[in-house]
Design a protein around this ligand. Sequence first.
Ligand code: GLU
Length: 508
Amino acid sequence: MSVRVRFAPSPTGPLHMGGVRTALYNYLFARKHNGQFLLRIEDTDQKRYVPGAEEYIMDSLRWCGIQWDEGPDKDGGYGPYRQSERKDIYRKYAEQLIDAGHAYYAFDTPEELEAMRKRLEADKSGNPQYDPTTRMTMKNSLTLPEAEVKARLSSGEPFVIRIKTPEHEEVVLQDEIRGEVRVDSNLLDDKVLFKSDGMPTYHLANVVDDCLMEITHVIRGEEWLPSAPLHVLLYRFLGWEEKMPRFAHLPLLLKPDGHGKLSKRDGDRLGFPVFPLEWKYPESGNISMGYRESGYYPEAFVNILALLGWNPGTDQEVFTMDELVDQFSLERVGKSGARFDPEKARWFNHLYLQKQPLEVVADQFEAELKHQGHHPAREKVEKITDMLRERVNFAHELWEQASFFFEPPTIYDEKFAKKKWKADTPDILLTLREQLKNTEPFSLDAIENSLQEFMETKGIGAGKIMPGLRLALVGAGRGPDVKEIMVVLGKDEVLRRIQRAVENIPVG
Ligand code: GLU
């Protein structure tokens, strides 16, 4: 049987990076096994529906290069792939469960449910929930006469359909990551499967769709593990036991300090994105940052996610998507939470920035230069990009590193000047300036020779020249090789900057 997996997000807001990781692992698993990867939109909860969230989810997956084989925009014969468009399918299964005695109608009002909760809390008699111990005290088709149930239904009274959880039974499931999971059915409650608005709840829709879409493996976040026993019961009660997919519950993503689940607030608090793309909250207008807008390359983001929960069992850390497909396996996904390290994420982007073709980074830099009002020759842009890319994690950091190429220093780093701009520095630099005037062509070799000759004939060491020269050209003690800087600046500009520095920097 060929592998079919699905990513089944609910469009209730932006997709958290944990969600993207779930999609990625499903995708890798499908590709690895030459199977199908489906995107199914679970939008049955109309109250939580957020406009724009579905497009956001799709855009995020596309940006990451996680392509689905079947989905709302790509029919593979198992559609529709949006649950709101499958409404008519679910009721039949809810009724089938009722007919088989595995589910029942319940008519309790919100006030009655609240009263039950209060009563049970006061009694301290176990979980205050609708379950085998409490359902016979409530208003449902198990307690009301059949005629009354019929009358209530035909009068259009609001109802829900609840599963009839079996008592004193151990529900067992095999999880590909956690091994055998056993849950005492007495701990489960009679979850709502269907509501009188004609919509199924997540549990029923999810199980029915997984079965009808012939899903072979359910790979999803650990937060769904508590729901899995209920899903196992539903497979059994619907007579689909042999069609039940295998389960794999992925470990949680943890905060950078390792304590607790990584939440969207952590990102805002600690200054890193938790969403793939920027998201604007429709109500407040607030914006949460995205990896894309923060300057991450999608390949770096995917690489980071791949290693949050999975490890290759080797020292390899940098993976292309093809390598991930080749090496991914559920056996190498861990049980314990995966701590997110924002520093390491930045480092990954640094690595990917070094691997990008020069033109790509130069394009990014050129755009920033334009934004800053500079329009240098392309050759110069590429040269500077090449010189500085090693020093940055993100292309947008290039401007900060490179601005001195385009804007002569107006202030000079005081601390550095105090240490390196000595009483004899101005004279040395002015003499050197005279020599540089005659350095022709103004190439790296010629400059190197010229400096060498200067040091030898004057008997001055590099330590007495280069820091001051750097300060004059850059305005600070940082930056790439001084000679390379000189080549890019060109002779006239170098001469101008030396002159200006001598006139403006007080002797330390
Ligand atoms: N709709 C659920 C979610 O939002 C899907 C969970 C599952 O994969 O079963 O994550």
